[in-house]
Design a protein around this ligand. Structure first.
Ligand code: HEM
Length: 187
C-alpha cells in the first residue's frame, strides 16, 4: 500500500517525490549553470541562462513547499543502530541542505536583478526584481551565488556518498525508506 504521509519507519510518497524531484532538478541545474556560464556571449548563452533562472526559481518554490510539507509531517527518526555522532552529522547536513537550497537560488535571483537580467518565468510572466540595476552589487551577488552553489555541490557529493554507504555497505534501512520500492536489507 502507498502511504501519502511519513510513518515512524519510512517516508511517505509525497516526501519521496519532493526528494527525488528536487535532487534531479538540482543536478540538472548545476549542469545547465556551468554550461551557460561557459558559453561565449551569444543568443544561445542568454537562452540557456533564461532556462537556468526559471528552473532555479522553480527549485526555490519547490523547496519552500517541501519545507511546509515537512513541518506538517515529521520525518521518521534515524535508526537507533546509527552512532550518535552520525545521527547528529546527518541532521546537521539536512539542515544545511535546506539553508543552501534557499540561499543559493536567492543569491542567483539577487544577482540576476542587480545585473539587469530580469527573469521571465519560462516565458509565462515577469518575475519582480529584488534590487535595482547596480554593477558593483551584481559582482558581489555573483560571487555569493557561485560560492553557495559550490558549497551545495560539495554537500550533494557528501550526501550521495553517505547514502551509498548505507545502501551498499551497512545495508540498513536509511536508503530504503527514501525509495518508493523496498529492496531487502539486513535490518
Ligand atoms: C538551486 C538553484 C541553483 C543552482 C544549483 C545554480 C547553479 C549555478 C551554477 C553551477 C552556475 C555556474 C557558475 C560558474 O561556474 O560560473 C550558475 C550561474 C548563474 N546562475 Fe545559478 N543556480 C541556481 C539558481 C539560480 C537562480 C534562481 C538564478 C536567477 C534567478 C540564477 C542565476 C544565475 C546566473 C545569471 C548565472 C551566470 C553567472 C555568470 O554570469 O557567469 N541561478 N548557477
Amino acid at each position: 500500500m502507498v502511504n501519502l504521509r511519513n510513518s515512524t519507519e519510512s517516508y511517505g510518497i509525497i516526501a519521496q517525490a519532493f526528494h527525488w524531484l528536487v535532487a534531479l532538478l538540482v543536478l540538472a541545474q548545476l549542469g545547465i549553470g556551468l554550461y551557460a556560464a561557459n558559453l561565449p556571449v551569444s543568443l544561445a548563452r542568454l537562452r540557456w541562462l533564461s532556462h537556468h533562472k526559471s528552473l532555479g526559481l522553480a527549485i526555490l518554490a519547490l523547496v519552500l513547499l517541501r519545507l511546509g510539507w515537512r513541518a506538517l509531517n515529521r520525518p521518521p527518526g534515524l535508526p537507533g543502530s546509527m552512532p550518535r555522532w552520525e545521527r547528529r552529522a546527518a541532521l546537521a547536513t539536512h539542515r544545511l541542505f535546506y539553508l543552501l537550497l534557499i540561499l543559493a537560488p536567492f543569491a542567483g535571483w539577487l544577482y540576476a536583478s542587480a545585473a539587469g537580467l530580469s527573469v521571465n518565468w519560462f516565458g509565462l510572466f515577469q518575475v519582480p526584481d529584488l534590487v535595482s540595476k547596480d554593477r558593483q552589487l551584481a559582482e558581489l551577488f555573483k560571487a555569493l551565488h557561485i560560492g553557495l552553489v559550490a558549497l551545495l555541490a560539495s554537500l550533494v557529493a557528501l550526501h550521495v556518498g553517505a547514502a551509498l554507504r548505507h545502501a551498499l555497505l551497512l545495508r540498513d534501512s536509511v536508503m530504503r525508506r527514501m525509495l518508493p520500492w523496498k529492496p531487502r536489507s539486513n535490518d
